[in-house]
Write a protein that binds this ligand. Structure first.
Ligand code: NAD
Length: 486
């Protein structure tokens, strides 16, 4: 079991992080070329982190398996590779990102000035991460914090205890300076203690909208800026103009997005809206592809399990209560008669739910589970109205269509964090694209340079020579009507 940090020790951990940041700034102030020394320091720490992550690859795959039977392939492809790529990109591009930018303003007061914008560290930052990608969603923001010149406290998810512990080992083995990355392990009381503290300079939170609101309220008391990476119900539109010759590929992409990590993915397609002209063929072909994807489904199958009994029960209740028609892969139906320990293993098979209505229990909250409701619609504007009424501002919207007019139509009516056309979820791997929500799916973003930007403040430095004051003399009193005339 994970050893939680005693709540009474948390203020001293915060103090240590803050002192580390201040001591580094002091040390840099004595450097001949502080920016160069700082860049070298940051890159060195990121390199050490990179090697330590690589050194622990097998242990990472192992810990994920222990925590929620996470498929090794998913850990490798969706967690390890993106993290390694993220850190490598930071190492490569930090020299460019860190450079101040020059501003030329030809208005008279600034014509001889030197104006630069530099990116300064925010100070001591806090990263609070969720369970579903417990390494990537903890360590990419932590690496961003280091790239930005901050010290950082990480509060990993308590729901993945083996990974939470392993991250501490990875950081310890990276042999970073003491105080650069600190840990608080635990759940609500420990996070609450962190959120109460006014010495933290920025919070990067990834998790549910409900807790996101708690985090933002606590941060607001001390005016601490936040980035909130939240979730929500991301819709999929399959429009009338979708070319059905692409149906097979579309379904494969949808199931990859919908069932990876057992549906425990913030960007996953949560429900599918299919135009009535395609509905029958769509659902029929969907069942075929589901069986192709999962020819075998028992406890040894590489299929990630639910994170907790609560998540398992919540999903099973929804499947039990739906007025739609659940469809399980044939292999599961065959296996089910032999094997009854699914509940004990928190295993839920990938499930389609056809003929779903908007008032169905499965359409209320983010599912975050391997269930995909399919709804039929006949009018695009009417179905958009429903999306706006029930689940405005999703993290992502997915559009499967061959018509640019349809795509433009949906894009201009539905706001979302991101929009993906004819594909699912892999857009999060586009390294230099900003990633983040809007409205209830959060605010702020990261990804490539955007992560560096999130963890820094843009400071304008304006330097004025004395000799050119005669050009500005008119601003000084005494004022007169002559001076005011345009
Ligand atoms: P969660 O909100 O339950 O927990 C996230 C973190 O907050 C954990 O570290 C947890 O210990 C802490 N926490 C929980 N309750 C708290 C409270 N009352 N006060 C203070 N801290 C508290 O989220 P989860 O179940 O781990 O993750 C799933 C959610 O995260 C989904 O909604 C998903 O969409 C979202 N998510 C978003 C992104 C994104 O990048 N936008 C990525 C992954 C997950």
């Amino acid at each position: 079991t994970l050893k939680y940090t005693p709540v009474e020790e948390i203020p001293s951990i915060i103090d240590k992080g803050k002192k580390f940041y201040r001591a580094r700034q002091l040390a840099l102030s004595h450097e001949k070329n502080p920016r160069k020394a700082d860049l070298q320091f940051r890159v060195r720490q990121l390199q050490k982190l990179y090697y330590s992550v690589k050194d622990h690859q097998d242990a990472i795959i192992d810990a994920m398996m222990k925590d929620f039977h996470r498929s090794p392939q998913e850990t490798f492809a969706l967690e390890l590779i993106p993290l390694i790529n993220d850190i490598l990109l930071m190492i490569k591009l930090l020299p460019k990102w860190i450079k101040p930018t020059k501003i030329n303003d030809w208005a008279v007061p600034f014509i001889c000035s030197n104006v630069q914008v530099e990116k300064i560290a925010r100070g001591l930052t806090l990263v609070v991460s969720p369970f579903n990608f417990p390494l990537l969603l903890a360590m990419t923001p932590v690496a961003n914090a280091i790239a930005g010149g901050n010290s950082v406290i990480l509060k990993p998810s308590e729901l993945t205890p083996h990974v939470a512990q392993l991250i501490e080992t990875i950081v310890k083995d990276a042999e970073l300076p003491d105080g650069l990355i600190s840990f608080v392990q635990g759940a609500i009381p420990e996070t609450t203690k962190l959120l109460e503290n006014g010495d933290i300079d920025m919070i990067f939170y990834t998790g549910s909208p409900k807790v996101g609101s708690i985090v933002a309220s606590a941060a607001g008391k001390n005016l601490i800026p936040c980035v909130l990476e939240l979730g929500g119900k991301s819709p999929v539109f399959v429009t009338e103009n979708f070319k059905m010759s692409n149906l097979k590929v579309a379904l494969r992409r949808l199931f990859f997005g919908g069932f990876s990590n057992s549906g425990q993915l913030c960007v996953r397609p949560d429900y599918i809206l299919v135009h009535e002209s395609h509905y029958d063929q769509f659902t029929q072909q969907a069942k075929t592809i589901l069986n192709e994807f999962f020819p075998q489904l028992d406890k040894n199958t590489e299929f990630t399990h639910m994170i907790s009994k609560a998540a398992y029960e919540r999903t099973m209740n929804k499947i039990g209560d739906t007025k739609g028609h659940p469809y399980f892969p044939q292999a599961f139906i065959n296996e089910q008669s032999k094997d009854s320990d699914n509940e004990e293993n928190l295993f839920i098979p990938p499930t389609l739910i056809c003929d779903v209505d908007w008032d169905d229990s499965i359409m209320q909250e983010e599912n975050f589970a391997p269930v995909l409701p399919i709804l039929k619609y006949d009018d695009l504007d009417e179905v958009i109205d429903k999306v706006l009424k029930y689940h405005d501002t999703p993290l992502v919207q997915y559009i499967f269509s061959s018509s640019q007019a349809d795509i433009n139509h949906i894009l201009s009516r539905v706001r979302s964090g991101d929009c993906v056309i004819n594909e699912t979820i892999i857009h999060v791997g586009i390294q230099e694209a900003p990633f983040g929500g809007i409205g209830f799916s959060g605010y702020g973003n990261y990804g490539g340079k955007h992560g560096f930007d999130a963890f820094t403040h843009e400071r304008t430095i304006f330097k004025q020579p004395f000799w050119m004051d005669f050009t500005l003399a008119m601003r000084y009193p005494p004022y007169s009507a002559k001076k005011t005339k345009l």
